[in-house]
Design a protein around this ligand. Structure first.
Ligand SMILES: O=P(O)(O)OC[C@H]1O[C@H](O[C@H]2O[C@H](CO)[C@@H](O)[C@H](O)[C@H]2O)[C@H](O)[C@@H](O)[C@@H]1O
Length: 256
């Protein structure tokens, strides 16, 4: 397990009880898997997040490119504060609806993906993710398909990510989601801390820094607006675990 910090940013300080913690999921809390459904959420992470939620009086949220439905499935039995689809989907609000043209775009992208075993199109409702983690040779064709799709989808844009390009509605981003959460309890008045690994997380980094908070990059990606760094998801989980010590876990009995 790699736990050393591999770049020139310092590791974050120990978690403090007056923080509002915003956590990216894939590549930050969880190691990448060959497919979106292939990720493993360690029981111990569920226990840690449950304890931290208590220690921070609820001020802990997932801020992910995944949909809220996916997040709730992955982190069950917890149902954490969360923003999905890169900040577009918030709890208590209806998810953005897919425009009629998106079905045709999905079919075209799937036709391209079929030429590359391992490439896949993930349907997230109003957004599509075109993945090539196990088929790197598909990247140019999938990027071109995503670019072409924009002509049929006014108000949409591309979201580049790790072995993926997404076609998603413009508008909110992870920074805007952080702002919206910080405007209300239990987040309001706390020091915001954002942990993330990918380009989409830079929106969160910028926003928490503007509010005097900390931005923690996972891995080596540059350039970045981060103030601190951790090597990988295992190091993130260890840091969170250390910050959760002594806090009770509300689901301890259920988890054994
Ligand atoms: O904002 P995040 O929580 O980091 O979500 C970003 C995207 O994560 C997922 O894709 C990535 O993880 C997959 C599982 O490890 C991996 O197979 C893929 O290559 C990665 O790009 C998810 O599938 C996307 O919907 C998220 O937007």
């Amino acid at each position: 397990m790699a736990t050393t910090n591999p770049n020139d940013l310092p590791p974050p300080p120990p978690l403090a009880p007056d923080w509002a913690l915003f956590l990216d999921v894939d590549g930050s809390l969880l190691e990448f898997a060959p497919t979106p459904d292939g990720v493993r959420v360690p029981d111990e992470l569920i226990a840690t997040l449950g304890r931290l939620q208590q220690r921070l009086e609820g001020a802990l949220a997932l801020v992910s490119g995944r949909s809220l439905a996916q997040l709730d499935r992955l982190f069950a039995p917890l149902r954490l504060h969360a923003a999905g689809l890169h900040g577009l989907e918030l709890r208590g609000a209806p998810p953005p609806s897919p425009p009629a043209a998106l079905a045709g775009v999905r079919e075209s992208a799937e036709a391209v993906a079929r030429d590359f075993p391992g490439a896949l199109v993930e349907d997230k409702g109003a957004a599509l993710a075109l993945h090539w983690r196990t088929a790197p040779e598909a990247a140019p064709a999938l990027r071109a398909a995503a670019e072409a799709a924009l002509a049929a989808l006014p108000g949409y844009r591309l979201q580049p990510g790790d072995h993926v390009v997404e076609v998603r509605p413009d508008g909110a981003d992870k920074g805007a989601a952080v702002d919206r959460m910080l405007a209300q309890p239990p987040f309001r008045g706390r020091v915001p801390v954002f942990v993330g690994d990918d380009l989409t997380d830079e929106d969160g980094f910028r926003r928490v820094r503007a509010r005097g908070g900390l931005a923690v990059l996972v891995g080596l990606r540059r350039p970045t607006h981060a103030t601190h760094a951790l090597a990988d998801p295992a190091a993130v989980r260890a840091w969170l675990r250390a910050g959760a010590i002594d806090a009770p876990h509300p689901l301890q009995e259920a988890l054994g």
